[in-house]
Design a protein around this ligand. Structure first.
Ligand code: FAD
Length: 461
């Protein structure tokens, strides 16, 4: 495949049998996983291909009512982002058409008049199925570009990795090659004048009202979707909070994190851009290194898991040692047992856990340290480890804006031993790592965290 100096060949893959452009009137960028105009290599590659063919570039997006596990909270954040992307694309005279249909259908429909289709890459099952179908049925070249990872997942490794320690040196080895600015190319032919009917998404709330969505989870006001907002939130992190990141990363009573996970999940921000902006800061070496460990190593480990483990969302995919030890302790007495409903209502005896559940329910976010504690307690307080896994994943994906992500599957599975090692044996957990309320009290200030969540739930910041 032809590549460009700033879009490495490892990012680009021809998915279809067809490799020559067809007779078409435009190039289509089928936007799916990277919902942004800013720092988007799939978009930039599509513009360059369109310019070479002397054609306009049309961007198309398929919006379905029933995306697996998505509800109003997720849709509203996503539609805020699409409205923002549409405005930013229009400033470059590029048209974004949103069709009310499943993503693969939209790509095939809009692809009928395209000379070729460029798309971004997603690693979950349904995202891969959509791309396979479009590649199979479009009858024209379908080119996929890795747009949401720093190092493409299969460049770093060609197998399921055991842990961060086995992936770390592999991604770091490639980092310099994949960490550089992306040039913006202006389209030679505008696509704004093209007459292609689509949905109006400029008013996100209005668009949500017209869709037939799962409305059982309220949208939240704490976070607003979109590439512009992502950059503003990250700038505030760089200016005010990065200096505390290394020391406070495990301090849930503070706000010294980036809040980038939901923007990364919807592809509203580029991780390459985040890493480059981080590099611009002087000093703060320790905080920058810790942040890169999360953004590069931990995040790409999660993508490695979804790509190379077909059952990434199932208990069965846990490491054998973890399933064995949890199985041996399946019948251990549990001091506290809660139903999924009691958990969802944050009605346990533990005020720290209840605060975490309330943060998730009411704000769509939970601090990483509390996500770990939250998951470990679900394992401790549910009748079987298999049920605990299902409950944790369902709550995670229902309430967190960043849910349903490779990080969701790897994060929940970590609670049950994934990417971790055996620890001294104890009841219920066996050799799987345990976390205690007394550990929170020793290492951070959970009382202050509870007060923070109280403020957030009451609408304060
Ligand atoms: C039980 C459990 C469930 C989780 N569920 C999700 C989820 O649904 N969606 C999600 O995006 N993350 C999930 N995580 C990972 C992590 O908790 C969040 O990515 C992080 O808290 C998001 O906040 P932030 O963007 O402010 O993080 P920051 O600390 O500012 O980190 C920056 C970025 O690095 C990445 N990152 C940080 N911590 C991790 C981690 N432990 N694993 C992988 N990547 C990481 C994220 O992309 C994050 O946006 C889960 C972790 C656990 C233990």
């Amino acid at each position: 495949m032809e590549s460009y100096r700033d879009i490495e060949p490892q990012r680009i893959e021809l998915l279809s049998r067809h490799d020559r452009p067809c007779e078409g009137t435009y190039v289509l960028y089928w936007m799916q996983a990277a919902q942004r105009e800013h720092f988007n290599p799939a978009l930039e590659l599509a513009i360059r291909r369109a310019n070479e063919l002397d054609q306009p570039l049309l961007v198309g997006f398929g919006l379905m009512d029933d995306f697996p596990e998505a509800n109003l909270r997720h849709y509203r954040f996503m539609l805020q982002g699409l409205a923002d992307a549409r405005r930013a694309l229009a400033r470059r005279e590029i048209k974004l058409v949103v069709l009310h249909s499943p993503p693969d259908e939209a790509a095939l429909q809009l692809g009928r008049d395209a000379s070729l289709i460029v798309t971004d890459r997603g690693h979950t099952r349904v995202q891969r199925q959509w791309r396979n179908r479009v590649a199979e049925e479009a009858g024209r070249p379908v080119i996929q570009v890795e747009t949401n990872l720093i190092v493409p997942v299969d460049t770093a490794s060609d197998k399921r990795e055991y842990a961060a320690r086995t992936l770390r040196s592999k991604v770091h080895k490639h980092l310099p090659r994949f960490l550089h600015p992306l040039e913006r190319t202006e389209p030679r032919k505008p696509s704004l004048p093209l007459q292609v009917p689509g949905m109006d998404v400029d008013d996100p709330d209005g668009a949500c009202a017209r869709l037939n969505l799962d409305r059982s989870v309220d949208p939240v006001d704490r976070f607003t979707g979109g590439q512009r907002e992502a950059r503003r939130v990250f700038q505030a992190f760089l200016d005010e909070r990065l200096k505390h990141y290394a020391a406070h990363r495990n301090q849930p009573q503070t706000d010294d994190v980036s809040y980038m996970s939901m923007y990364l999940h919807f592809g509203q921000v580029s991780p390459v851009w985040l890493a480059l902006e981080l590099e611009k800061g002087r000093g703060l070496r320790e905080s920058r290194d810790v942040f890169i460990e999360e953004l590069l190593v931990r995040r790409e480990l999660a993508h490695n898991y979804t790509l190379f483990e077909p059952d990434y969302d199932r208990y069965d995919a846990l490491p054998d040692w973890a399933k064995k030890t949890l199985g041996e302790h399946r019948n251990d007495a549990r001091e506290h047992l809660y139903t999924p409903e009691q958990l969802e209502e944050a009605a346990t005896h533990d005020p720290y856990w209840n605060a975490a559940m309330r943060e998730m329910r009411h704000t769509g976010y939970m601090h990483n340290h509390m996500r770990m504690y939250w998951g470990k307690k679900i394992l401790e307080w549910t009748d079987t480890p298999e049920n605990a896994f299902s409950v944790a994943l369902a709550l995670n994906n229902r309430y967190l804006i960043d849910g349903r992500d490779p990080n969701s599957y790897a994060g929940v599975a970590w609670v049950f031993g994934l990417h971790d090692r055996p620890w001294p044996e104890r009841p219920i957990f066996g050799k799987v790592r345990y976390m205690a309320a007394s550990g929170l009290e020793r290492k951070c200030d959970p009382e202050a965290y509870v007060r923070k969540v109280d403020r957030l739930v009451q609408g304060g910041r």
